[in-house]
Write a protein that binds this ligand. Structure first.
Ligand code: NAP
Length: 298
């Protein structure tokens, strides 16, 4: 129930109508309260999580307004993940390394930013007890999400991290951007025409491009024929969560790959942010189920 004391959380983006974050965060807040209600009314958490469509030119005004009205924290999606950085008093090491902030929380002197996409990306991989130091990662795409994936692969200690992109200039800039970072020393960049020689080496193959995302569900970033050289047991990970599974994951599963879709990353990055705002553990299963139900997956 929204009262005069209800505190605000939310997501900023433009557009933001498509965001699934309000659904999963409010489901978690409600579930925590339902459980507390049965135990002790005093411990209820009085929060609501809202979508805020904010145009790029309105970002400064909006964040000043958030301070004025006492917003407690917020998620950030496209196009504000880099633009928010100058407006923050503190930026975590991981957000600095990734070059993007997706979670902001209140501190005494203003706002602090971090990046929970790396934790989100890693969560499903960490259920595999692999010796990552001997493994090869091949990452398709060199955009914003690829940065979190590279940072995650570097944290796991992959022997080689290959990034495949379509623009020589963007690939070079991507590689250069890590030069002053403690993260990946073993980053190798490639154009798409080199992919066929990389696929057989891959222990982890990650799609960070939007190719295959709804409504273009019959597309895949990798040709059917190229999957023939994929080793069975390779982990094939698509950051896309609609459709579920994507054509890319279905092609890989036919070849005996372990498939991971983007839904768990979405849930885990959200849960990590909510824990930061509420300073307590949050019900992951409720967050996951709310999304699965919404997407018709249960
Ligand atoms: P982005 O910054 O726009 O990057 C997209 C990348 O894909 C760029 O490198 C782009 O290449 C490449 N690309 C786009 N179309 C392509 C095509 N037709 N062929 C080959 N490469 C293509 O986007 P992003 O923020 O990284 O997001 C990428 C995807 O990840 C989206 O589908 C998004 O929904 C998903 N995602 C999921 C989660 C999650 O929690 N599961 C989190 C973040 C993102 P150029 O640089 O050459 O343009």
């Amino acid at each position: 129930m929204i009262t005069g004391k209800t505190k605000l959380l939310g997501v900023i983006g433009y557009p933001v109508e498509h965001s699934l974050s309000p659904l999963m965060h409010n489901a978690a807040i409600q579930a925590i309260n339902n459980q507390q209600n049965q135990q002790n009314q005093q411990n209820l958490i009085d929060y609501v999580y809202l979508p805020f469509p904010i145009k790029p030119e309105d970002l400064n005004t909006a964040i000043a307004g958030f301070s004025a009205i006492g917003v407690q924290g917020f998620s950030i999606t496209i196009p504000h993940k880099q633009a928010i950085i100058p407006l923050l008093s503190e930026v975590s090491d991981i957000a600095q390394a990734v070059g993007a902030v997706n979670t902001v929380y209140k501190i005494n002197k203003g706002w602090a930013g971090t990046n929970t996409d790396v934790v989100g990306f890693l969560a499903p991989l960490q259920t595999y007890n692999w010796n990552w130091h001997q493994k090869v990662a091949v990452i398709l795409g060199n955009g914003g999400a690829a940065r979190a994936v590279v940072a995650g692969c570097a944290q796991l200690g992959f022997a080689e991290i290959h990034v495949v992109g379509r623009s020589e200039d963007k690939l070079t800039a991507f590689q250069q951007s890590w030069v002053n970072s403690p993260l990946p020393a073993n980053l190798i960049i490639h154009k798409w025409d080199e992919l066929s020689s990389l696929i057989p080496q891959a222990d982890l193959l990650v799609n960070t491009t939007p190719v295959g995302m709804y409504p273009h569900i019959d597309r895949s970033p990798v040709d059917e024929a190229m999957f023939e050289s994929l080793s069975p047991g390779t982990i094939v990970y698509d950051l896309i969560y609609i459709p579920n599974p994507t054509k890319f994951l279905r092609q890989a599963q036919v070849r005996g790959a372990i498939a991971i879709d983007g839904l768990e990353m979405l849930v885990q990055q959200g849960a990590t942010a909510l824990e930061l705002w509420l300073q307590q553990s949050v019900p992951l299963d409720i967050m996951r189920d709310s999304l699965r139900q919404h997407l018709g997956l249960t």
